[in-house]
Design a binder for this molecule. Sequence first.
Ligand SMILES: Nc1nc2c(c(=O)[nH]1)N[C@H]1C(S)=C(S)[C@@H](COP(=O)(O)OP(=O)(O)OC[C@H]3O[C@@H](n4cnc5c(=O)[nH]c(N)nc54)[C@H](O)[C@@H]3O)O[C@H]1N2
Ligand SMILES: Nc1nc2c(c(=O)[nH]1)N[C@H]1C(S)=C(S)[C@@H](COP(=O)(O)OP(=O)(O)OC[C@H]3O[C@@H](n4cnc5c(=O)[nH]c(N)nc54)[C@H](O)[C@@H]3O)O[C@H]1N2
Ligand code: SF4
Ligand SMILES: [Mo]
Length: 756
Amino acid sequence: MTTIPLAPPTRKVIGRTHHVRDDGTRVHIRTCPLCECMCGLELHLDDDDAVKLIRPYRDDVFSQGYICPKGTTLGKLHEDPDRVRTPLIREGDAFREATWDEAFARCEELIHGVLEQHGPTAMTAFVGNPVGHSFSLGRYGALLFSKFPHIYSSGTVDQWPKNVTCALMYGNQWKIPTPDVPRTDYLVIMGGNPQASGGSLLACPDVLGELDAIRARGGQVIVVDPRRTGTVDHATEWLPIRPGTDAAFLLAICHVLFAEDLVTLGTLVDKIDGLERLAPLVEEFTPESVAAWTGVPAETTRRIARDFAATPRAAVYGRIGLCNQEFGTLASWLVDVVNLITGHFDVEGGLMWGKPVSAPLAWVNNTDVSGVPTFGRWHSRVRGAPEVLGQVPASCLAEEIATPGEGQIRLLVTVAANPAISVPDASLLEAALPMLDCLIAVDNYVNETSRFAHVILPGVSPLESPHLDELIWGWAVRSAVKWSDALYALPDDHCDEWEIEARLGWLLGGGTNADFDLKTLDDGWFSALCRMNGLDPEQILPRYDHIGPERMIDLTIRMGPWGDRYGENPDGLTLAKVKDHPEGLDFGPMVPRADEMVRTPTGQIELTPDYLVGDLPRLRARMQEAADGTVLVSRRHLRSKNSWMHNVKVLVKGKDRCTLIIHPDDAAAAGLTDGARARVTSEAGSLEVPVEVSDEMMPGVVCLPHGWGHDKPGAQLSVAREHAGVNNNVLAPGTFVDELSGNAAVNGIPVEVTRA
Ligand SMILES: Nc1nc2c(c(=O)[nH]1)N[C@H]1C(S)=C(S)[C@@H](COP(=O)(O)OP(=O)(O)OC[C@H]3O[C@@H](n4cnc5c(=O)[nH]c(N)nc54)[C@H](O)[C@@H]3O)O[C@H]1N2
Ligand SMILES: Nc1nc2c(c(=O)[nH]1)N[C@H]1C(S)=C(S)[C@@H](COP(=O)(O)OP(=O)(O)OC[C@H]3O[C@@H](n4cnc5c(=O)[nH]c(N)nc54)[C@H](O)[C@@H]3O)O[C@H]1N2
Ligand code: SF4
Ligand SMILES: [Mo]
């Protein structure tokens, strides 16, 4: 495939200048969209309107001057010569630049071709991570994704177990409680590494600073992880644990709590159902009985259970290491259980829910109205995987494309996703993608996935879009709101992302470009939101002279807890008022809110749902098997974001980061020395990678980062290609999942490591 020269980036400044420095530099303020820290940034513009420098914005009410190296590269992302800025249409083996009209005409032709020949069951979408960081992509995704019988997402390689437990326990899959890190005195971090990730399902800028503060006030921070991560440097204790065994460890904690009469429901004594069922369930899981399997000594488990129960402000937090594993749902459930049965839930310093200024749309649908989810309402065609919360494992996609028959997938729309890298059994998906009749990628790069596209519709750069986070405030440690103007205008006639989604949705529903009417569609969606908020659209619509995301954001803020409710509360917030505060508006720390948040049919927190309890026999059976052999886990790095920031030179320069970390004893046994090349083989595949020998790994566990493998023909990522690395998902067997959620178990993969 030939490389196409892409049009240079445009820089027409439309954002408001915050101040001008003495040397004439104009400074703009914006919130970084890259991770959950939501850092405030100062963008310094040069005479050509390019971003010459990015500094922390110290007045930001939320991040207060915290940033990381990724945030300083937003200008570089905008300027990246490889960033796709006009639509690309495939012609034979190559792409050519096209106008938006041409591109949508081609989409119509391809979409209608598949629709007519194979019907809607031949079409699906893959939703990627950046959608969760973009108000437009998130909200307008509804107009697109509803057109498919079902979709795939990175959610099933991420937090699906937590979604399952929250749906069953609290009534909504996105009501995810988070640790009140700034006010806790005892924090157990399981399967999370905020030193690299910045925190996940936990919006708390400068987590490491907060951990230092916990220690400074005499508190404890315990990191339960097979790897001695950078987070451990800020902790009081590292507890190595065998991957995939956390559920057993947590059951043993529960056992001690009951056995030693340490159980209390605290303030939620009248709000929790199912406690009496728990004690007999955990009885057999003594710390001694699980120690050999987990690797955690029994006396350590007992000590932690006692100290945790005895500390008034304490929280156990579990993240991706607890989800992306064989018993992800059990482990995710038990994290909440331990907090709930020690009175460390919905109270200061424990697990709490955030209180967003603009309530996430995802919080609207609760099981008291929609009904408790039943799982397996349908099964995937090829593997027979049961649907869970409307999705099957992401790894099913490859076989659904490659296997002929009724319902074979012929059309795929990817939105801000790179499944060729991010999904298990990566080799199978790589082989399947070229079989599609139509692949439309809404993405900023010709990457490992979009290189197979028939049409690439470019997204916007992080400086071309206004920004307001939505879902993430739901698990933020403070209630706050921040708005960012777009710094640059979109190039002339560049279609904005929300319109791309609306238009693709229209075409997928059988509509044509000729009869596409954005205003009518948007008015319809906005009217639906009005009704969800108990408003009469006839009254609200005339108040606006514009359509699009800003109108929705305004509604969401106005109908939120601090909103003006369209005049009912005249001093309340509107988007216009928020815009007047580039530093953001802060409404304080988290507050107890179980009464308003819990929306199960009984109105109670369900401690022991049948579906979750039903997985204990599988765990018990697994514990009987020998725990020998080497297993693989994943890791992240501060200077990287999943699969897509490796094209930024300043982030990838320096020593090779795509290495296999291995304990010295395991290295010696395999005849490997630091810097040597290892061959790693699993049931799914095999690859070669340089080795880093370090006792930061516990013996028997090796570790690779995810998101690499940029040497693919046709991908246009000139910098990333120089630092290609290997894709660890080549080693991840697609059928290795947490059975209750269908979430990928990319941690704990049995592998063999030898000298290459
Ligand atoms: N083995 C293993 N696999 C994993 C994981 C792991 O820990 N181990 N982690 C999993 C997790 S948690 C996740 S979230 C997934 C991530 O995997 P994916 O969701 O597939 O996404 P990313 O790798 O984040 O790639 C995002 C894509 O969006 C594009 N993009 C960036 N910004 C924008 C934008 O504003 N608009 C548009 N249209 N496109 C944009 C980028 O170019 C990139 O192609 O990977 C999962 N895979
Ligand atoms: N810099 C950077 N930040 C990111 C991302 C990124 O790619 N780069 N990705 C973002 C995304 S999409 C997400 S979802 C979040 C994820 O955020 P985190 O959940 O903090 O993810 P990781 O940093 O991968 O840390 C996971 C930890 O789990 C450990 N682990 C693996 N298996 C097990 C196990 O079985 N049990 C236990 N107890 N631990 C285990 C690993 O060793 C690792 O230290 O990060 C987000 N932030
Ligand atoms: S920690 Fe880094 S990537 Fe995350 S929001 Fe802050 S600057 Fe952006
Ligand atoms: Mo993620």
